[in-house]
Design a binder for this molecule. Structure first.
Ligand SMILES: NC(=O)c1ccc[n+]([C@@H]2O[C@H](COP(=O)([O-])OP(=O)(O)OC[C@H]3O[C@@H](n4cnc5c(N)ncnc54)[C@H](OP(=O)(O)O)[C@@H]3O)[C@@H](O)[C@H]2O)c1
Length: 252
């Protein structure tokens, strides 16, 4: 199927977790390239944000609530219909990494079961439900999906808890499954796995890890957004089922 876009050639992105951190940097990057960006997060749109049409393109939803997410998918589909029903990219970026009292790392013994369920709902099931719910529009545009995983998905991390780490490992596996299932429909599915990126999700003490990162520094949100953009662009037209490390070599 040939790639489709609106008559004015403008592309559309659906992005979760756009209100700060990596997601915020992604809004900047895609907007600067002329994309329409539909944003999803729990907070209402911040009027201090300068994006034109930002408020009109924001969907306030708690991804941890499966019923609300179903309503949000219907809302997004209606908004995409205004532009002909094309979706060029879905970026599943929102994620949570809960801590125990005092900021302690929750491990596989002491993480409460409701926390496991909440983490998997936001970090794993929401990406799946969004991808399935928006399949028709992604198919129409021959679009791309990027799932944001983590270095914690492949090794025990000093701060990220067990529920977070296993949800990201599951999301990486899901990326592989989706690449096989969505690929024949012309939809590419990839992941990016950030290391230590300067955002509010980082724990105090992360600076101590810098000595073990080959590039000897934390990553910047813009560097992650640039990789996400690449995977959604035509420059990556034969990249499918990849998980790209964005971690300064921390994985080696
Ligand atoms: N920063 C790092 O070093 C790092 C490393 C590895 C992986 N990652 C991954 O990269 C992604 C972005 O991380 P970040 O550091 O930019 O995170 P962040 O600064 O904590 O931002 C998280 C975003 O997710 C949204 N969000 C959280 N829970 C939500 C929910 N239930 N429903 C809807 N939106 C929700 C937040 O918006 P609201 O609060 O408005 O809902 C916010 O926009 C995450 O998946 C994270 O696991 C980050």
């Amino acid at each position: 199927m040939e790639k489709q876009s609106k008559p004015d050639g403008r592309k559309t992105l659906v992005l979760t977790g756009a209100s700060r951190g990596i997601g915020h940097a992604a809004v900047r990057r895609f907007s600067s390239e002329g994309w329409r960006v539909l944003t999803l997060s729990r907070q209402p749109f911040d009027d201090n944000c300068p994006w034109p049409e930002g408020a009109a393109n924001h969907v306030q939803v708690d991804l941890g609530d499966a019923d609300s997410l179903g309503l949000a998918v219907a809302d997004i589909r209606a908004r995409l219909e205004e532009d002909g029903g094309y979706l060029h990219a879905l970026v599943n970026n929102a994620g949570i990494s809960p801590k125990l009292d005092g900021g302690r790392r929750p491990n596989s013994i002491d993480t409460p079961m409701q926390v496991w369920r909440q983490v998997f709902q936001v970090n794993f099931f929401a990406p799946l439900l969004l991808a399935r719910g928006l399949f028709e529009e992604l198919n129409a545009a021959q679009g791309a999906i990027v799932n944001v995983t983590s270095i914690a998905g492949v090794r025990v991390h000093p701060f990220a808890g067990s529920a977070y780490a296993t949800s990201k490992a599951a999301l990486a596996s899901l990326t592989r499954e989706m690449a096989a299932d969505f690929g024949p429909h012309g939809i590419r599915v990839n992941a990016i796995a950030p290391g230590e990126i300067e955002t509010s999700i980082l724990s105090p003490g992360t600076e101590g890890m810098i000595k073990d990162i080959p590039l000897r520094r934390l990553g910047d949100t813009k560097e992650v957004a640039d990789t996400i953009y690449y995977l959604c662009s035509d420059a990556a037209s034969y990249v499918n089922g990849a998980e790209v490390h964005v971690n300064g070599g921390q994985h080696v």
